[in-house]
Design a protein around this ligand. Structure first.
Ligand SMILES: [Zn+2]
Ligand SMILES: [Zn+2]
Length: 261
């Protein structure tokens, strides 16, 4: 368990099996909460940077898997923070039970083994946690100057990534992919094809720093790495979403990355 500052106002919390992230904007926003029973450790890490439980105001859940939503209920009870997530997985977090996919898809033998050893037998139960606010694709949350939710299904149906322009452009990629053995596909997908489309979508964002549920954050040139890894092999051209973004006139900081590939 450790905490490291990765940008002026973003901290990476290594909680053992998974990561959580903290955005420090006077008040604190936590992205994911680790497994059940991690709340004490998370609050210790907050204390180590001079912050108190009361400072935590927002908890953004990327998805319902117990290694991400496990300590949400405890943290909410202790701090009074508001919990945000996508509608598609709200029911699991509120019921306190997160089912495993019937037919998980693995991108390789190693990932299949990791799943069989660590995930298949892990309990699906968490302390039930009421969700305060539902978040949809494209929503800008008025937190820390603006955080955009990006729906990235595939690993799980209601998974959200978060794009945080802030001082540096940071993408919280959740389990859309991981950085365990270098940047790569996640351990498993409920729907791999959908998961690959989600990664193409993420690669259209303009970010320097990428943060993952599993593996260390990439601190430089992360957007270009996503393009090379997740777009380069499959397509020569991916202008659709970038054009759409320009059309909306929103400050979504997306642009065509074609020239970089
Ligand atoms: Zn997951
Ligand atoms: Zn995970």
């Amino acid at each position: 368990m450790s905490i490291r500052r990765i940008t002026e106002n973003v901290y990476e919390l290594n909680l053992g099996k998974s990561n959580a992230f903290l955005i420090d904007d006077e008040k604190l926003t936590l992205i994911d909460t680790g497994e059940p029973d991690r709340s004490g450790q998370i609050l210790e890490l907050l204390a180590s940077i001079g912050r108190e439980p009361d400072d935590l105001k927002h908890i953004l859940l990327t998805h319902s898997h117990p290694d991400h939503s496990g300590s949400a209920a405890d943290l909410k009870a202790i701090t009074g923070a508001k919990v945000y997530m996508h509608a598609a997985e709200k029911k699991w977090v509120e019921a306190g039970f997160v089912p495993k996919p019937d037919h998980p898809y693995f991108t390789g033998v190693v990932n299949r083994l990791i799943y069989q050893m660590f995930i298949a037998k892990a309990p699906g139960s968490i302390t039930p946690c009421a969700v305060d606010q539902l978040v949809s694709d494209g929503d800008w949350l008025p937190i820390a100057g603006g955080i955009q939710a990006v729906h990235v299904p595939g690993h799980s149906e209601g998974q959200l990534a978060f794009f945080f322009p802030g001082a540096k452009n940071v993408l919280f990629a959740a389990d859309a992919c991981d950085n365990l053995f270098g940047l790569g596909y996640s351990t498993f997908y409920e729907d791999y094809e959908t998961g690959r489309h989600s990664l193409e979508k993420l690669a259209t964002f303009d970010f320097d720093v990428a943060c993952f549920g599993h593996g260390r954050s990439i601190l430089r040139g992360a957007g270009a790495k996503f393009c090379r890894k997740f777009i380069g092999h499959h397509h020569h051209h991916h202008p659709v979403r970038a054009q759409k973004a320009q059309g909306t006139g929103e400050a979504v900081r997306m642009r065509e990355r074609e020239e970089k590939i």
